[in-house]
Write a protein that binds this ligand. Sequence first.
Ligand SMILES: [Zn+2]
Length: 68
Amino acid sequence: MSDENKTAKVEPLRKMRPCPECGKPSHREHYPFCSNRCRELDLSRWLSGLYAIPVADDEMKADYKDEE
Ligand SMILES: [Zn+2]
């Protein structure tokens, strides 16, 4: 008969994602980052991004005032 049924489904190995912060191979303990430092770096950047929104709005008001 045919050998087609013999073909086992080979699942691809989990690809190691590079650290989103520095591009190094991620560490299992700090997935998806390579280290605890990079994880905190990403977190602080995310938080600062949130705080940046009201600051930008403030700058626009200041610019408007300047025209008077
Ligand atoms: Zn990293």
